[in-house]
Design a protein around this ligand. Structure first.
Ligand SMILES: [Zn+2]
Length: 483
């Protein structure tokens, strides 16, 4: 009997602890009240973005391939459209086509703010031209939208930054910290010629930005998480990237008298082995921050699980692992994407290769991944033959003042949003500031992204005019809140 009582008491205590932890979850109070809407001329904003879209700054992977006229034309367009910004800030061309703007504070009280964007856009597949409602480089303004390649990715954001500076300067803004704008010209081709060169220049000058804000995090419908309302997700870390090629070798020969195992079957077995033994799921910092920030809005059951990670972490990771999108937040992902074998169907392969694309969790690294693969492949004859990879960025501090400023700025402009930190699964130019800047945040302040995210790099890319104005307001408020 006493044992039964003891068990019952223990159970009651456990339930009480779980419920107490759950009830403690409250939204983090924002320190900045909702801002009055700014008086912005939406027609002008739309025209300015339309003009930017009409300049075909299609990305190039090489310096020789850059469309000179387009990029120099874009530089001139910015100068003409934003005269106040261009008289207040010093502009430098970096590696010919990228731009760095500098605004030195008279008396800097804080470390610098760096706002990023890229001028280049991805090309339009000729085959898809007929599917566009309006031609992709016409910058058509219709139905409350500005249409065209780059409207969202990311001329809309670049224009928002310039509009905000023009507005702020027109309203007597004086920076209390140095402000930098970094506009790369090859982000869509990995940013090594533009974004990286600007970052190197910043580092060589000993500049340490307190915060960097770039594209990335998005506004999405909370439905996908069973939440009523819209979410504003602020990227605080970018996953790493690895293309790893493995190879199986064999003697080859005529396919009419094959051995039981061939190079092709060996490589197939290696792929299955690696799939079975993947790096473990973890509750990484961005994922934990994401779940905790949203927990006040979750159903009681889900909230109870999230608020008691000490008990339910394993279960939670398992459940998140069920969906491809949520699984990607929990671990280094594994995606075999390319295979090679024999050059002819009746010839046994002397070499078979597989290339596997990994997106590396902030809790792992390139070295850890490679060591892991080597260990898994130890009992096989399959070897790694090529590695192209970079590490994840370390999560920015979500308990920092700068995170609070970005979060509160979002709330100030879009008060209905539930804001949470997030792990970026795609790469942006801002990764070049890992180790240079104190905090890097990625956010696209456009509500219409919730509907139009799928048009990025695709057909009918467009920016809602009202969302564009909200984006400008976000940057105006950010400039002020950072002061
Ligand atoms: Zn982009």
């Amino acid at each position: 009997m006493t044992i039964l009582y003891a068990v019952l008491i223990l159970l009651a205590v456990l339930v009480a602890v779980l419920v107490l932890n759950t009830l403690k979850a409250k939204p983090k109070e924002t320190t900045i009240p909702r801002a009055e809407p700014l008086e912005l001329d939406e027609d002008n904003l739309a025209k300015h973005l339309s003009g930017a879209i009409q300049i075909k700054t299609v990305s190039s992977a090489t310096m020789e391939g850059v469309d000179k006229d387009a990029f120099f034309g874009f530089h001139a367009y910015l100068e003409k459209t934003y005269p106040k910004m261009h008289s207040a800030m010093k502009r430098e061309a970096v590696n010919t086509y990228s731009l760095l703007y500098t605004w030195k504070a008279k008396k800097a009280e804080k470390k610098p703010l760096l706002l990023m964007a890229h001028m280049d856009v991805v090309p339009v597949e000729p085959k898809t031209l007929k599917d566009w409602t309006y031609p992709p480089f016409a910058g058509e303004i219709a139905d409350g939208y500005i249409w065209g390649r780059g409207a969202l990715d990311m001329k809309g954001q670049l224009i928002s930054i310039c509009e905000a500076l023009e507005y702020a300067i027109g309203h007597g803004f004086e920076p209390k910290r140095d402000i930098y704008l970094a506009f790369g010209h090859d982000e869509e081709n990995s940013g090594l010629l533009g974004g990286k060169e600007i970052a190197k220049l910043i580092e060589s000058r000993g500049i340490v930005p307190e915060l960097v804000v770039d594209e990335g995090g998005v506004v999405v419908d909370g439905k996908m998480l069973g939440l009523a309302g819209m979410l504003g997700l602020i990227g605080i870390s970018e996953k790493g990237y690895a293309d790893i090629t493995i190879e199986a070798k064999a003697r080859g020969g005529h396919a009419s008298q094959p051995p039981y195992d061939t190079a092709v079957s060996e490589i197939a077995k290696a792929i299955l082995l690696l799939r079975k033994h993947q790096l473990k799921r973890t509750m990484n910092v961005p994922l934990k921050g994401f779940l905790e920030a949203l927990s006040p809005n979750m159903s009681f059951g889900l909230k109870l699980v999230v608020c008691n990670m000490w008990l339910f972490k394993g279960l939670l990771l398992k459940v998140l692992g069920k969906g491809a999108t949520s699984n990607a937040l929990t671990r280094t992902t594994f995606a075999p994407t390319q295979l090679t074998g024999s050059p002819a169907s009746n010839v046994l392969a002397q070499s078979a290769t597989a290339t596997i694309n990994f997106r590396i969790s902030p809790d792992d690294s390139v070295d850890k991944l490679v060591a892991h693969i080597e260990k898994v492949l130890k009992k096989t004859e399959v070897k790694i033959v090529n590695i192209m990879a970079h590490n994840p960025t370390q999560p920015s501090d979500i308990s920092s003042e700068t995170y609070a400023v970005v979060r509160d700025t979002v709330k100030q402009v879009m008060p209905d949003l539930m804001v949470a930190p997030y792990l970026m699964v795609a790469a942006t130019d801002s990764r070049q500031y890992a180790g240079i800047a104190e905090n890097i945040f990625q956010f696209c302040p456009y509500r219409s992204l919730a509907d139009d995210l799928g048009t990025i790099h695709a057909t009918n890319e467009r920016m809602e005019i009202r969302s564009l104005a909200e984006g400008v307001a976000f940057y105006v408020r950010l400039l002020n809140n950072c002061n």
